[in-house]
Design a protein around this ligand. Structure first.
Ligand code: ADP
Ligand code: MG
Length: 578
């Protein structure tokens, strides 16, 4: 807890100067508002009753007030402008830190978390935090100065009247606290309702083709109207509290004024207070209401910001499962000798082992196929090699080096993966291929596209390499996207490759051309191929059959068929299907 508090404060550090100046300005501005009623009191009580009236003094005081107004203006300007800018900078720092941390976290973390949640942590949660960062200290300082200052000044003028005024404060505070809490709760509900509406729209639009094919538009509309109406109800509720809060506080202000005038008149009749003093009292009332409102609002803001900070720290304190060792070395000049030594793996300590006794020695440049029934762990084996997950037992060696001893980035630099799903980022085709090597020239990108059989279809697009891939790359066919992902790997040029069901989602024609690209990519590289259709790996020199007991059979297609074992079983199953 103490550590977290220190962390919370640490974000002010780069902005120490701005922060201090901000605080000074806030204090000055609060001070000025305290001085004004005093000057009014002095003018009405001393100068105006003197004979003759000294106009010179009034001019002097007028000048002083002008100077104070200028000071107040600059202070308020600085506090509002620089205070908010500082808050935004801090927001940027926090968001950068969280985004950077997101990049470091391991696959196991993302297996458990929902993307929407992680998004809201980096946006909404942080926003509530920055509000606290720049409004918090400022509000407290201003409010306390105004409140305590008013109390001291008023009680020095007339203690009894001061006590009468302050008797209202706890009641007003209680009222404000109660409704402020209600209001904040209602705002929170509004946010949730908006979230529900967004979720409903997203769900609907993502599935719009299904909606239309079932002609369920009106049912969808009904569901949407419910959400939309819930939002109205929630908003109405929050406006109700808002109206009560503001009009209630108005009543308190008026009541305090009435009390001051009523009791003030009484005290004047007893000659216990003068008229100018009474005027000062009335003028100070505004100085009391405002800080009480602000302080109460602050308690809520603090809770919200603290929750945001907790949620932020919860993520920041998650350590990536997989990190570089202190003495990790660069993996260089890779030949591509890959060796699984009695590897066992389970996704977490509580679950069953997915892989057991995996023994596999793959020579540099070898082309090896992994087959096995669905869910047996083929993809899992392949995600152990780039250390997306850590082996539970045994070890994996590349060129005789345990992959846990090398730098993660260098390991992954040396492995190229082509999967069934291709993710294209927002941007052009050129950008997307260049993802394989950020500093590649246009010529290199085009060369890679040619090798991947992608150049021709790209050139046939109206904007060629500048074509925008659009959201999720919807404008390209599966085979085309797959060839872009192969071009990426060509550009990356790694010595080790993994093709995980790279052609499984394609029709026969696209499969053929993608298969060709894959084969040219695989030349002279150590390649692991997982394919659903066994016909595509028939020509592999070595096929390994994975079962729950490990790699049970190994050999060429013909050898394995002759064995009449697991492979023959899988192959015959498919043969019958087709
Ligand atoms: P294959 O690729 O051979 O079809 P997988 O390697 O994808 O099989 O999955 C092997 C087993 O591991 C399956 O039982 C699957 O449910 C489980 N599994 C896969 N990914 C995860 C994960 N991220 N977390 C937990 N279990 C997983
Ligand atoms: Mg798989």
């Amino acid at each position: 807890m103490k550590g977290r508090f220190r962390k919370f404060i640490s974000y002010y550090k780069p902005y120490k100067k701005i922060f201090i100046l901000d605080m000074v300005c806030a204090m000055l501005a609060a001070g000025v508002t305290l001085v004004f009623p005093m000057i009014t009191r002095y003018i009405t009580g001393v100068i105006l009753v003197a004979e003759p009236i000294e106009l010179g003094k009034i001019y002097q005081l007028g000048l002083l007030m002008l100077v104070l107004v200028v000071i107040e203006f600059f202070c308020n300007f600085y506090v509002t402008y620089q205070g908010h800018v500082m808050g935004t900078y801090m927001e940027r720092d926090i968001r950068n830190e969280l985004f950077e941390h997101y990049q470091k976290l391991s696959f196991s973390f993302y297996d458990e978390q929902k993307t929407g949640q992680l998004m809201s942590r980096i946006t909404n949660d942080i926003f509530s935090l920055t509000e606290l960062y720049h409004h918090g200290p400022e509000d407290i300082v201003i409010s306390l100065i105004k409140f305590v200052g008013a109390f001291i000044i008023l009680s020095s003028i007339h203690l009894k009247l001061t006590l009468i005024v302050f008797a209202f404060i706890p009641v007003m505070g209680g009222f404000a606290y109660y409704y402020n809490k209600k209001m904040k709760k209602a705002y929170k509900r509004n946010k949730q309702r908006i979230g529900d509406i967004n979720a409903r729209i997203e769900d609907n639009l993502s599935g719009i083709r299904v909606v239309k094919s079932f002609a369920n538009e009106s049912q969808e509309m009904d569901k949407f109207q419910v959400e939309n109406m819930n939002f109205v109800d929630s908003k109405r509720n929050s406006y109700l509290y808002m109206a009560k809060y503001h009009s209630g506080l108005g009543v308190f202000t008026s009541m305090i004024t009435i009390a001051v005038i009523f009791f003030g008149a009484l005290f004047i009749s007893q000659e216990a207070i003068t008229t100018p003093d009474l005027i000062a009292f009335v003028l100070y009332i505004a100085n009391l209401i405002e800080p009480v409102k602000k302080l109460i609002n602050f308690t809520e803001q603090f809770q919200e910001g603290a929750t945001g900070f907790e949620r932020f720290m919860e993520i920041l304190e998650v350590q990536p499962d997989i990190q570089d060792k202190a003495n990790a070395v660069e993996l260089k000049d890779v030949q591509g000798h890959v060796c699984f030594e009695d590897v066992a793996f389970r996704y977490n300590d509580k679950s069953e082992y997915v892989l057991k006794h995996i023994q596999l020695d793959v020579q540099p440049g070898e082309y090896i196929a992994l087959v096995g029934s669905s869910g047996v762990g083929k993809t899992t084996i392949c995600s152990l090699l780039p250390r997306f997950y850590e082996v539970s037992e045994g070890r994996i060696m590349i060129d005789g080096q345990d992959i846990r001893d090398v730098k993660l980035a260098s390991l992954r630099q040396n492995i190229g993966i082509v999967q069934q799903d291709v993710y294209l980022f927002a941007g052009t085709i050129m950008d997307n291929i260049r993802y394989g090597k950020f500093n590649a020239t246009d010529e290199e990108v085009i060369e890679a596209a040619k090798k991947a059989n992608a150049h021709e279809f790209i050139m046939a697009l109206p904007e060629g390499y500048d074509t925008d891939c659009g959201q999720r790359g919807v404008k390209l066919s599966g085979g085309q996207k797959q060839r872009l992902s192969i071009a990426r790997v060509f550009l990356k040029n790694p010595p080790i490759l993994i093709f995980d069901e790279a052609t499984s989602a394609l029709d026969n024609e696209s499969e053929h051309i993608v298969q060709e690209s894959l084969e040219s990519l695989a030349a002279h590289r150590t390649t692991f191929v997982i394919a659903h259709r066994l016909s595509t790996i028939k020509n592999a020199k070595r096929i390994c059959v994975l079962t729950s007991k490990g790699i049970e059979e190994e050999g060429t297609h013909e050898e394995l068929l002759a064995k009449q074992g697991q492979y023959a079983y899988l192959y015959n199953m498919q043969f019958k299907e087709n």
